[in-house]
Write a protein that binds this ligand. Sequence first.
Ligand SMILES: NC(=O)c1ccc[n+]([C@@H]2O[C@H](COP(=O)([O-])OP(=O)(O)OC[C@H]3O[C@@H](n4cnc5c(N)ncnc54)[C@H](OP(=O)(O)O)[C@@H]3O)[C@@H](O)[C@H]2O)c1
Length: 328
Amino acid sequence: MKIVQYAQRGPNPSEFIGAVDVATPTPGEGQVLLQVLAAPINPSDVLTLTGQYGMLPPLPAVGGNEGVGKVVAHGPGVTAPPIGQTVLLPVGSGTWVTHMLADAKKLMPLPNEADPLQLAMMTVNPPTALLMLTEFVTLQAGEWVIQNAANSGVGEYLVQLAKIRGLKTVNIVRRESAIDAVKSAGGDVVLVDGPGLAKRVAEATGDAKIRLAIDAVGGEATNRLSSCLTEGGTLVNYGMMSGQDSVVSPRSFVFKNVTLRGFWLAFWFRNATPQQQMAVFGEIGKLIATGKLKTRVHATYDVADIKQAVAAAAAGERDGKILVVPKD
Ligand SMILES: NC(=O)c1ccc[n+]([C@@H]2O[C@H](COP(=O)([O-])OP(=O)(O)OC[C@H]3O[C@@H](n4cnc5c(N)ncnc54)[C@H](OP(=O)(O)O)[C@@H]3O)[C@@H](O)[C@H]2O)c1
């Protein structure tokens, strides 16, 4: 079997990683052997490789945080999940591998007939979109929410989840060529970021009072989103794609009473009860399995081509996500 390992971190995310051959392990008591079907490369994975993420595994480490696999062998005493069953890989388990061992009792079975590429991306971005839409402001059907990086994985999930709830979305992208994809995902208004954003948003929404803004970019882009909020509005930052610290003018804080909040899914995983986690993943799992919630895939790479895969994931202006899909 192959695993993607790195023993150092550095500014170039693909510099220190590589696929190595190791012996395929035999599952022990209570364990299963999983064959990995697909595992995405998210911005958080890139930041983990460069050492800029909020939590870093000890080195040497195996890359990859989420993904989907199927059961190929049982250890002693294991009868379920059955051989051939598609399962979610345990989060944070080092998923850029061809095979891995897992505790049979902790695995979440997923529909075998669903698209493994879409299932592989369900642990991180869909719950992030859902929780940001629901945990900070209680929006009523017909209300608007505004977000930037709207053509990202999170952004496209948010558009679809908002639509299901009867909400309308203002979607900000950083380039003209990203507009059509967000419209196809169901975005109501799609605008390119830049000067005069608040005026353009007001024109496009008929002066809607927007109470929730969602920011993945940071820098001055945060300020432009906050300028679009109504009095008492909430701005949630969850990313730093620009690499810059968020700027918010005192005009928003003082004259509009805007609140700035942060969201990190890691904290939610730490604090959410099993029931809360089941509610979120139950909703998301059903929507993804039935094709009602999805995001675009730009390209897939074999484990052996991990350097090219990470370089592609770290590059901008993609048409969707990059995933590791191990060849048989
Ligand atoms: N806080 C949390 O718990 C949490 C959870 C999940 C994700 N996230 C964060 O959410 C963000 C989106 O993740 P994702 O997986 O959905 O991303 P993704 O699908 O890989 O898309 C990346 C997005 O970032 C934009 N972008 C790239 N460089 C940029 C720059 N310099 N300035 C402005 N925009 C830029 C891209 O625009 P182009 O297409 O134009 O390049 C694209 O819209 C990331 O920051 C990620 O770390 C946070």
